[in-house]
Design a protein around this ligand. Structure first.
Ligand SMILES: C[S@@+](CC[C@H](N)C(=O)[O-])C[C@H]1O[C@@H](n2cnc3c(N)ncnc32)[C@H](O)[C@@H]1O
Length: 361
């Protein structure tokens, strides 16, 4: 599993007793579930950039995260007088690079163990305290850089999960025709010349990283992100930050699996691809999730469902039985390894489902 640097206390400018100004924050390095902290030491680089000129550095310091700790206070300063007139961003990274570059998600071997975080801007005309948000930046290929906002708290829906990281890499590799991710079913729909848009729906999209990445990577791709009402604000922010490829678009609408599928869910009656990332952790909601998948495939018999999951407990295996009972077959399975601490690897499963009769390869 990868580890996420999170702000427990958002960055802020503070006047010290001596009259000097410093910037401080409280961070932790934790898992997607927030249930464990990085238990190895890692060097971090903390940088303050002007919000309008991120290639410039206002202040930079190295600090160390010690394995076994649950949090790390950070203080940068004393900062030059007058700095609070400037709007700035704080970046914390474990990357050795001193540049402002994003975390690479191009090649499985190069995924960082610890993902960097950026703050919202603070200082200047804004508040002296950054918002309770974290930006993640990912380099997905030579031309696509993703910017995804998460919340700093422990909400399940409003941050990125490991299976989403693996899904983005997997889709990127398929689009790049990487032999490591050979998947004829997905290749057929993602790489084919289309006269019309590829229609994609993501269920339980959380912050929306998977669907947004696909729309940014693939021209002529129409992505509908769905989740519970609670994600609306963060997903809207992420859609605004997205840079969809030519003739691609991203929309959001609430969709609760426990409720009836609205008749007007799509502009178009057919769906080509359904994305589901890290939504199988709660056995209680699996019947409702599979029922929605079954109904989507009934409406669009050619649809392919890409399910990414990290097995967290035994009860999740019921998902596979339910899929089979719904007439959905696992057409192609892969796994992707994400780095974990102490030079271990963690496995994310990627299953491609559909009606077998519809996908004779
Ligand atoms: C572990 S998060 C995964 C988020 C995102 N797909 C990712 O991988 O980063 C599971 C998501 O499923 C959503 N979810 C859970 N129950 C749901 C339901 N009944 N209807 C719709 N979405 C639901 C949650 O709101 C949450 O965003």
């Amino acid at each position: 599993m990868v580890y996420y640097i999170r702000y427990l206390k958002a960055p802020r400018l503070q006047k010290q007793k001596t009259g000097s100004i410093s910037a401080s924050a409280l961070i932790c390095i934790t898992t997607d579930l927030g249930d464990a902290f990085l238990s190895q030491d890692v060097d971090l680089l903390v940088t303050l950039h002007p919000a309008q000129a991120e290639n410039k550095i206002l202040c930079q310091e190295r600090v160390q995260w010690h394995g076994g700790k649950r949090e790390l206070p950070i203080t940068l300063g004393p900062l030059p007088a007058g700095i609070s007139q400037l709007s700035m961003i704080m970046k914390v990274t474990a990357s050795k690079s001193t540049s402002t570059s994003s975390d690479p998600l191009m090649d499985q071997q190069n995924i960082p163990l610890v993902l960097s975080c950026w703050s919202t801007s603070f200082g200047g005309r804004q508040s002296l305290i950054a918002e309770k948000l974290i930006e993640r930046r990912f380099r997905v290929n030579q031309s696509v850089e993703l910017s995804i906002w998460e919340e700093t708290g422990n909400s399940i829906a409003r941050h990125i999960w490991d299976a989403a990281i693996a899904s983005v890499m997997y889709l990127q590799q398929i689009l790049a025709r990487d032999p490591k991710s050979a998947n004829p079913v997905l290749q057929k729909i993602l790489q084919s010349e289309r006269g019309s848009s590829l229609n994609v729906i993501e269920l339980g999209s959380g912050c929306g990283i998977v669907g947004i990445a696909l729309a940014d990577l693939l021209p002529q791709c129409s992505v509908l992100l769905t989740d519970l009402d609670e994600v609306e604000e963060i997903i809207t922010k992420n859609i605004e930050a997205a840079k969809p490829a030519h003739a691609s678009k991203i929309q959001y609408r609430p969709l609760d699996w426990e409720e009836e599928l609205p008749d007007d869910l799509f502009d178009t009656p057919s769906v080509d691809l359904v994305l589901v990332s890290d939504c199988t952790y709660n056995a209680d909601s699996l019947p409702a999730l599979v029922s929605v998948l079954g109904r989507l495939v009934k409406l669009s018999p050619d649809a392919v469902i890409l399910v990414a999951l990290k097995r967290r407990h035994e009860s999740e295996s019921i998902f596979f039985d339910l899929m089979q009972s719904a007439g959905l077959e696992d057409l192609n399975s892969h796994h992707m390894e994400l780095p974990s601490q102490h030079e271990q690897w963690d496995e994310i499963e990627l299953h491609c489902y559909g009606r077998r009769s519809q996908h004779v390869i």
